[in-house]
Write a protein that binds this ligand. Structure first.
Ligand code: ADP
Ligand code: MG
Length: 574
């Protein structure tokens, strides 16, 4: 392996912006790190180059542990988004610079410079200054300079971010050709999915400091494991369906699936993905040789270069909840994105308002269920704490959120409150809907829970304890309850209290799902009853070790703690 990164962590102000990132790049491989702005891509790259200190983890380049070495000793070439050329030096001067500081003999410098000018397609430009070059040419110089000292690895951080589409395309081909010719292990950072697909041998997708999935581009596109990757890589039709013995079900429609092996649990909810090109659109039901979703109405059609995009409206599929595209607000239909080749659309033209039969050629079931949250608000300061905290958790978890206003009396005040709350949470959610309850909180929660499943109900802790209310809120569905006593930042450490035994397994699994999104560390605590003996202790120890291992597998750093003498007298940590 040319580049090995092990469990890299970097925190700013107590919050990890890079969280347990591990990756391996093979000899001669071009690895693309893709993710939205702020997801931690540059920080990972800078830690590999030694430009940013790491909190924990290791970096190995060609088997050499470089974690403690300064950048100039790591043998990496780095290209930044913003041209970092020396303005007072010519093209030749810029390219020669890394060789001069390494005291390479003059004749070799000139030879190498000419080689590099040829490589990046800038022969004849050596006498120009950066300000006499176009943006694309400057990045070619930056690339040549990064390669001058024959680095072991090449790191490029959104190198073409500031350039226009045509030039970006040319430069991508240049990078790809040079990378193949030199067979240099390369990490290329971008937030542009098209760029990632065009360049990558393998792709890693980051969000909120975590590397969510790694694989060949087509694999991640067709068979993502997480909701984020499914919706970030291209247009997705994503719905919550149900596991059946032979595949998945979307409402009345069954799809046989090979990849459900191991995804035990008939009747379990599962996210089902199909891409626009998997949607078949025909003028009669008989013409469809795939499972039928229903009769749709064309809402929109547009040409995007070589294909046509159709947005279709369908009656809802009973027992199926759409995630993407989101269902139209207040409507009683779902939306589907479809695409057709020019050829298909000429043979069977479709215009807005016309009807068509819709089937699905292929679906894929996601392994990891996303998180869905219901946040209660009645406009009080306690509810505000729940909104703030719940909102932060939701953004990190890329959750689906329902904001439920209750106790307002006046609908317009409730609507305004919900609108402000929605704006305060901002973007980054899988979806957000708002509702106004006519009845009390427990009844409203019960109604929501009967309509769809929530993983987590978030509520401000009432100033005076009202255990019977909390009890009723917990009884209304299968959800967990998060009580927020006052405004606070997202925790960096979470205490998970469990009893030793079967029911705690569910708690640990849920805690791991939640804590993983927060990027926090977990401590799993159990308190042993009075009169315990050595066997109880051994039993607890084994159980906690299993809990810890489960958390590790789910990407959470966990340690364990056992108490036996009430809440204060800890026996110790394992
Ligand atoms: P990306 O390259 O994916 O856009 P970055 O790695 O640049 O993301 O940043 C990840 C997060 O870390 C961002 O929220 C950013 O604001 C934060 N961050 C980066 N560098 C610093 C720094 N020196 N001090 C504080 N926060 C930082
Ligand atoms: Mg960046």
């Amino acid at each position: 392996m040319s580049i090995v990164v092990e469990q890299l962590v970097k925190s700013y102000d107590g919050h990890p912006v890079v969280n347990q990132v591990s990756l391996r790049v093979a000899e001669g491989e071009l690895f693309v790190l893709l993710g939205p702005s702020g997801s931690g891509k540059s920080t990972v790259l800078r830690m590999i180059a030694g430009l940013t200190d790491i909190d924990s983890g290791r970096v190995l380049l060609h088997g050499r542990d470089v974690t403690g070495l300064p950048p100039q000793k790591r043998r990496v070439g780095f290209v930044f988004q913003h041209y970092a050329l020396f303005r007072h030096m010519t093209v030749a001067g810029n390219i020669e610079f890394p060789l001069r500081i390494r005291k390479v003999p003059e004749a070799d410098i000139r030879h190498r410079r000419d080689e590099l000018l040829d490589l990046v397609g800038l022969v004849g430009f050596q006498g120009r200054y950066p300000q006499q070059l176009s943006g694309g040419q400057r990045q070619r110089v930056a690339l040549a300079r990064a390669l001058a000292h024959q680095p072991d690895v090449l790191l490029l951080d959104e190198p073409f971010g500031a350039l226009d589409a045509k030039i970006r395309g040319d430069l991508r081909r240049t990078v790809r050709d040079i990378q193949r010719e030199l067979r240099i292990a390369t990490i290329f950072v971008t937030h542009d999915q098209e760029e990632a697909f065009e360049l990558a041998d393998r792709l890693g997708v980051m969000n909120f400091g975590r590397l969510l999935e790694v694989g060949p581009p087509d694999e991640l596109y067709l068979r993502p494991e997480t909701e984020f990757v499914a919706t970030f890589l291209g247009t997705a039709n994503l719905m919550v369906g149900e596991v059946t013995p032979s595949g998945v079900r979307l409402g009345p429609v069954e799809f046989p699936l090979g990849n459900m092996k191991g995804a035990a649990g008939e009747g379990r909810r599962v996210q089902v993905l199909f891409r626009p090109e998997d949607v078949a659109v025909k003028d009669s039901q008989e013409a469809l040789s795939w499972p039928l979703l229903g009769k749709a109405v064309v809402e929109e059609s547009s040409f995007v270069g070589s294909y046509e995009r159709l947005r279709l409206r369908l009656p809802p599929l009973l027992g199926t909840r759409p995630i993407a595209p989101p269902a139209p607000f207040g409507g009683d239909s779902i939306r589907i994105e479809a695409s057709r080749s020019q050829h298909q659309s000429r043979r069977y033209p479709l215009h807005p308002g016309e009807a068509a039969w819709v089937g699905v050629r292929r679906v894929h079931a996601l392994i990891h269920p996303g998180l869905s949250m219901l946040i209660l608000t009645d406009g009080t300061p306690e509810a505000q704490a729940a909104l703030d905290f719940g909102g932060q958790v939701a953004v990190r978890a890329h959750a689906r959120v329902t904001l439920l206003a209750h106790g307002f009396g006046d609908d317009s005040a409730a609507r305004q409150h919900l609108q402000e709350a929605k704006e305060a949470i901002g973007s980054g959610l899988a979806s957000i809907v708002t509702r106004i309850a006519r009845e009390g909180a427990p009844e409203a929660v019960a109604e929501e829970a009967s309509r769809e499943h929530f993983d987590l109900l978030v509520k401000g802790l009432p100033a005076r304890g009202r255990p019977e209310l909390l009890d009723r809120l917990l009884q209304t569905g299968q959800h967990n309850l998060l009580l927020v006593p006052k405004p606070r930042p997202v925790p960096a450490r979470v205490l998970v209290c469990v009893s030793v035994g079967e029911p705690a397994k569910e708690d640990v699994l849920f805690a791991a799902r939640l804590v993983r999104h927060l990027g926090a560390e977990a401590t799993i605590l159990t308190v042993l009853p009075e009169g315990r003996d050595a066997q109880d202790l051994e039993h607890a120890r084994r159980f906690l070790t299993a809990c810890m291992r489960t958390m590790w597998l789910l990407g959470v750093n966990a340690k364990t703690l056992v108490g036996g003498c009430g809440w204060r007298g800890w026996c110790g940590t394992w």
